[in-house]
Write a protein that binds this ligand. Structure first.
Ligand SMILES: [Zn+2]
Length: 112
């Protein structure tokens, strides 16, 4: 039971309380991005906190680590992108307000 993977029920090989081992990254330069324990990445991606996983197996397989990396990367990318789009929209809206006021004044002068 302890060696079974909680995420896919295949045999797990890596403890979820350590960070992803460097040899599971495609390139050593990825290592600084993955300093969090696997359990924390699982929590962020699944929304399940560690207390909910209490009593469940605590080892994960290499395939699931790969899925986890993709899921985490996708989640971060989507959140960062939405945040950037909202910030850009906010800036555009703020810039449009004084412009709109000037336009209204001009229209008033033309019609009045
Ligand atoms: Zn697995």
């Amino acid at each position: 039971m302890e060696s079974i993977n909680p995420t896919c029920s295949a045999p797990g090989s890596h403890t979820i309380f350590a960070k992803i081992p460097p040899y599971l990254h495609e390139h050593p330069r990825e290592c600084p991005r993955w300093t969090m324990p696997i359990s924390r990445l699982l929590t962020e991606v699944t929304g399940l906190d560690s207390s909910e996983a209490d009593g469940l197996p605590q080892k994960i397989c290499v395939v699931c680590i790969s899925y986890l990396k993709h899921a985490y990367t996708f989640r971060r990318q989507a959140i960062d992108n939405v945040a950037a789009l909202l910030a850009a929209r906010y800036l555009v809206t703020r810039r449009a307000v004084p412009f709109q006021k000037n336009l209204d004044k001009q229209q008033l002068m033309q019609t009045g």
